[in-house]
Design a protein around this ligand. Structure first.
Ligand SMILES: C[S@@+](CC[C@H](N)C(=O)[O-])C[C@H]1O[C@@H](n2cnc3c(N)ncnc32)[C@H](O)[C@@H]1O
Length: 274
């Protein structure tokens, strides 16, 4: 069904598209080893589940080459429209886009060689159902790769600032109230095993961000674009925002400061052959 997910908490604005593009650049070197471990390769068909504006879909399309195919599926008409526009002027011709809810995929069973889901499972209302759909469309022997948050509240800045703790608590609570969780990575391995998949590897993806680095900028892009909604919905006040921004400016000028971003779990699992 074609929808723009009004309950997708981060929204689908042009600013969010830009932010997702920047986020893709910052984290893409963590994705490649997972794709390699999963055996994603030339000639394969891979589903990018909850592809957003399709930044990873395009990398996957280059990876599988012209004989392979990418199914790029997202609930947001706006994100899929953006991707379609990009593809019009691109040499990439092997992406098939679809506006669809990932709880009910419009793809045949046992079809694709791989499924990739990055920063999607934390937002969905029924992650068990989404995992079972991903497993259904995978062919036996195919691989599922997931990258998502876990242990979200271990995020911190050093020297420690209360304004950071407050802000990330607000993000955490607001997503819980919207039916998702930034701790989803804690539960996914169990859900995957319950769908008769074999876990190939689980690995933490964590970084340290220092002032002036790309990942430092990624954090402020995220916080600046999403704080207004947190204020509007009562998860934080305007003065919390001012304190956070003041502390952020101080930390940005402190060469000894560092930020520990929310850790991510990288999961590779395989659908057993009969
Ligand atoms: C943070 S974005 C990640 C996009 C992309 N996977 C990436 O790594 O850049 C989360 C995406 O999940 C999509 N999404 C959330 N719930 C969905 C659902 N039930 N069905 C399809 N897409 C969904 C949103 O529309 C959004 O594009």
């Amino acid at each position: 069904m074609a929808t723009d997910p009004k309950d997708y908490i981060l929204g689908t604005s042009d600013e969010e598209i830009q932010r997702l593009g920047y986020q893709h650049q910052v984290w893409s070197d963590s994705v490649l080893p997972l794709w390699k471990k999963a055996g994603f390769n030339v000639g394969q068909e891979i589903l990018d589940l909850g592809c957003g504006p399709g930044f990873a879909s395009r990398d996957l399309a280059n990876l599988v080459g012209p004989k392979g195919k990418i199914f790029a599926v997202d609930a947001s008409e706006k994100f899929i429209h953006f991707l379609n526009q990009q593809l019009k002027t691109s040499a990439i011709k092997n992406i098939s886009t679809q506006v669809s809810d990932v709880h009910a995929l419009d793809l045949p069973s046992n079809r694709v060689d791989g499924v990739f889901a990055r920063w999607v499972m934390c937002f969905v209302k029924n992650p068990e159902k989404v995992i079972s759909e991903a497993v259904r469309v995978l062919r036996p022997g195919g691989s599922l790769v997931i990258m998502d948050y876990f242990n979200y509240l271990s995020v911190n800045i050093f020297p420690n600032r209360e304004s950071f703790t407050k802000l990330f608590r607000a993000y955490h609570e607001s997503l819980l109230d919207h039916g998702g969780t930034y701790d989803i990575g804690q539960f996914l391995p169990q859900m995957i095993c319950e769908n008769t998949m074999e876990i190939v590897s689980l690995q933490p993806i964590s970084r340290i961000a220092r002032p002036g680095t790309k990942i430092w900028k990624w954090l402020i892009l995220f916080t600046e674009s999403h704080m207004p909604k947190l204020i509007e919905e009562g998860y934080m006040s305007r003065s919390d925002r001012e304190t956070f921004l003041r502390d952020w400016r101080k930390a940005s000028n402190d060469p000894g400061a560092f930020f520990y971003p929310p850790p991510i779990i990288g999961i590779v699992a395989r659908k057993p052959s009969p």
